[in-house]
Write a protein that binds this ligand. Structure first.
Ligand code: DAH
Length: 352
């Protein structure tokens, strides 16, 4: 081959390679381009072989030109490669971008049940007055649920607590109808002074409606010591009403009958929503019934081995759902066990 022909082939090759490189838009294309032009079997390598066919006098100059073209193409190739790699990285960064300024996704968390919140609150209020919170069994014997509370089996008062009775051969077993059986259990286990509250579930054989549930929660209170008087009961319940419903609340006692207290009362707080004037929540009466209370019956004390000549005590029981209904103006007790998240999540802000 003549030198002139060699040089023109080389120039054509260079032009073709450069033209083709401008059309390369991805790293894969670039690899094929490399194979075709500057790789070990590419056109440029073939030109090195063709050098051998030139006159020996022409070879050095032709070789120099060839090396120049190779360097130039290799440099352009490398530039393009850097460019394409940077582009690919940028594209990946864009597609994987995380906007750290966006607000985070809030994980879904639950919240405490309003009844649990109320139990915690009541425990705190009573702890400040020296009462300890204790829990008792929900499955009870007739002895604790009734007999030790001065409700003998032939007593008509037993009918007041419609009961879910479990069939057993030996003993009468019931789902406790109130938290009062814990009065006897606590007094059997500890000597006076006794000051406890007992929150927990109770069960009644009952048709459900807006104010009746077959399962609900009560809070029992019991204080036994020498010289416990009705005025102590009044002071404690007055303080409870103030803590729950505000400092200007008044409480009302009216005579009532419960077999395990003498005298017995029902107690109410003046309605905080209408300030006692009468509204929907207090059913126009101005008063909200909180529960029953009284001085522990001497027979109850004697039944658990405490001498009623030496010690006296007071007891009270109230409905926890009722307290929540009064405070928040909830009109249907079934909401509490109804499992409707729209209702339950209303209390999220109160969960600590
Ligand atoms: N145990 C009663 C009930 O469930 C409520 C009650 C009334 C509890 C008077 C007491 C009390 O401790 O003194 O209806």
């Amino acid at each position: 081959m003549q030198r002139a022909e060699f040089e023109s082939q080389l120039n054509e090759l260079k032009d073709a390679a450069e033209r083709s490189l401008t059309g390369v838009s991805g790293l894969e294309d670039l690899q094929s381009w490399e194979r075709e032009y500057i790789g070990s079997k590419g056109s440029l390598t073939l030109m090195f072989r063709a050098l051998g066919g030139l006159d020996s006098a022409d070879r050095p100059e032709a070789g120099r030109l060839l090396n120049q073209v190779k360097q130039s193409l290799t440099a352009t190739f490398e530039n393009r490669e850097t460019e394409l790699k940077a582009g690919a990285t940028a594209a990946r960064l864009v597609s994987e971008a995380v906007d750290v300024t966006l607000p985070g996704r809030q994980p879904q968390t639950g919240n405490a049940h309003p009844v649990s919140l109320m139990i915690d609150e009541l425990s705190e209020i009573f702890a400040l007055m020296g009462f300890q919170t204790v829990f008792g069994p929900e499955v009870e014997t007739g002895r604790y649920n009734f007999d030790l509370l001065n409700i003998p089996s032939d007593h008509p008062a037993r009918d007041v607590w419609d009961t879910i009775i479990m069939d057993t051969l030996s003993e009468e077993i019931v789902l406790r109808t109130h938290t009062s059986p814990m009065q006897a259990r606590v007094m059997e286990e500890s000597k006076p002074p006794v000051r406890v509250i007992v929150p927990g579930r109770v069960y009644r054989y009952e048709a459900q409606d807006a104010s009746h549930e077959w399962m609900f929660h009560q809070l029992e209170g019991l204080a036994v010591d020498s010289n416990i008087r009705m005025s102590d009961l009044k002071g404690v319940l007055q303080e409870l009403a103030r803590q729950l419903f505000g400092p200007t609340r008044r409480i009302r006692f009216r005579c009532d009958f419960f077999p395990f207290v003498e005298p017995g009362v029902d107690f109410a707080v003046d309605c905080a929503i209408c300030n006692g004037k009468g509204c929907r929540v207090c059913k126009q009466s101005g008063w909200l019934e909180m529960g029953g209370a009284g001085m522990v019956h001497p027979r109850v004390l004697a039944g658990v081995g405490i001498d009623p000549e030496v010690y006296t005590g007071f007891a009270f029981g109230l409905g926890i759902e009722r307290l929540l209904m009064m405070r928040y103006g909830i009109s249907d007790i079934r909401a509490f066990a109804g499992n409707d998240l729209r209702f339950l999540s209303e209390f999220a802000a109160l969960t600590v």
